[in-house]
Design a protein around this ligand. Sequence first.
Ligand code: 2HA
Ligand code: ZN
Length: 263
Amino acid sequence: MKYNKDIERVIAQIAEVAGYLWQRGWAERNGGNISYNITEWADRRLLKLKPIAPETPLERPVEHLSGNLFVVTGTGRRMRYVASAPMENASLIRISDGGSSYAIVAEKAIAPTSELPSHLLMHNYLRGRGIPNRVVVHTHPTELIAMSHNPEFLPKDVLGRLLWSMIPETRAFCPKGVGIAPYTLPGSLALADATVGLLDDYQVVIWEKHGALAVGEDIIEAFDMIDTLSKSAQIYLAARSMGFTPTGMTDTQMNELKEAFDL
Ligand code: 2HA
Ligand code: ZN
């Protein structure tokens, strides 16, 4: 299918980020998924494309996404192939008027990611709050997942503060820290609800013992936040493997940073 320049740019960025996720080792087999709201760039032709498969009802309507068009990576598809052939491994879906179902409108019937409930409910919540969010990225960053196996890190903002304290950049570029959703079955509505419940406070959510998600207007920014947090997790791990627990920046040092960068 031919797309306009704006949408071609979005598809190229999805491929770029999919490549990073694979290179980082965060995307074993079909791990991770991406959704991108492209409605604002879609011309009439795209918005009126005929469904190539029957409408699929959504368990929970997404009224703020009525008529919206998304590029969504396909279920079972591998990030390394999203990188090399994005639209062979992603789906174009349109939400129905009213938001109670979606239809695949791409040329190929690629079923969207198993995490579609989380993706759509996150987009819906943010748009409903008037936030011009376009992207949800989900991936499996090894060290961050490992840290989520430690119950001591799971109370509110404990892991977030620890990661902030590893290197100044993390607080500067992830100023809200990380929310943590307790372990829940992948793909479930319960996982989606737990995640949405954290979006008032965070742009990055860790799914305990599973992965990370970031939201944003821009897919590169969303990737960068997870990458920055992952850097902190790696510093923590490097110190622990050298036999010591890293001191971390002090509260005074972090507060100085907060003021200097107006965070
Ligand atoms: O796409 O990452 O969470 C596979 C997954 C499910
Ligand atoms: Zn996952």
